[in-house]
Design a protein around this ligand. Sequence first.
Ligand code: ASP
Length: 355
Amino acid sequence: MAHIKYRSIVLGMATLACATGFARANDLPDIHVLATGGTIAGAQASATDYRYKSGAYDVNALLKAVPNLDKLAVITGEQVASIGSQDMNDAIWLKLARRVNAVLAEPGTDGILITHGTDTLEETSYFLSLVTKSDKPVVMVGAMRPATAISADGPGNLYNGVAVAADPRAKGKGTLVVLNDTIHFARNVVKTDTTSVQTFESLNRGPAGRVHTGKISWFEPMDRKLGPASEFSIDALDALPRVDIIYAHANMSADLIEAAVRNGAKGLVVAGVGDGNMTTPALDALTRVAKSGVVVVRSTRLPAGIVLRNNEVNDDEKGFVASDELNPAKSRVLLQLALTTTNDPVVIQKMFYEY
Ligand code: ASP
């Protein structure tokens, strides 16, 4: 995309008024923004060209494009990465999580807003939900349209995201994801549409709330462990264990399972057909690798539903873990963290029911 010359974000009148920085007001909450790139920071050559480059604008440019943010909070910003979230990796997760914990530990900080690409937002948000050691709000936002697009959705998502991060009722809910006027718990949210602004859904449980122009309605409480209640800690970690996802299909062979283990996978998540099923050759290969100490989690390639333990597959006999409500991407996150504490599938099964 090097041939594309990027336009600058169009600033509205209200935005221009605060373009040199955000006014400080003592009674407003202090929200720190950590930017990582994504389409929300993306730029096109022209507003009608669907091609664009993720992560082209920095955190200051993003914040300046949102009118009246300074009425909601005192905002500070920091660039942690500038990537399309398809390039998100364990090293950036650890760096981001360390910044989240360090910033939230500062008494003057009331909450964090993270800008992120939407492709892997469901994974990063769940990872942060499991390793953040504070009750203060952590809110993630992205956008489906680049910053230069006609009807860019980023500024509205940013505005609503700051409103949620500044809301004391957002405390203790773990990482929240705010897009298209809807608030989601990180554990539940999945991306469901390649390009529509209505892409994030909490398929099994429904959203955590709604937010319209900063006005918030909260719905359900979350009954799974997160934040300070989580036993997982990144403090002593330099890296995360390798966990691969294997996609099931008709005529599936054992080849990819064996290759993953040969290449160092300590855990495997199967995106199974139906209720976490797979062909007999794949099942036999997974039984073998589970006996050798690799932890096998059965999830589903279907968008919704619960993978039941000991349903068509005898998990007790084979030493497998059933993913319960977690899709393959989120199962992989939980299994990576679980493997930092144990490789006992019985203990890990309990975690899949608790987190
Ligand atoms: N590929 C982009 C990303 O995840 C998509 C987006 O942000 O909407 O960074």
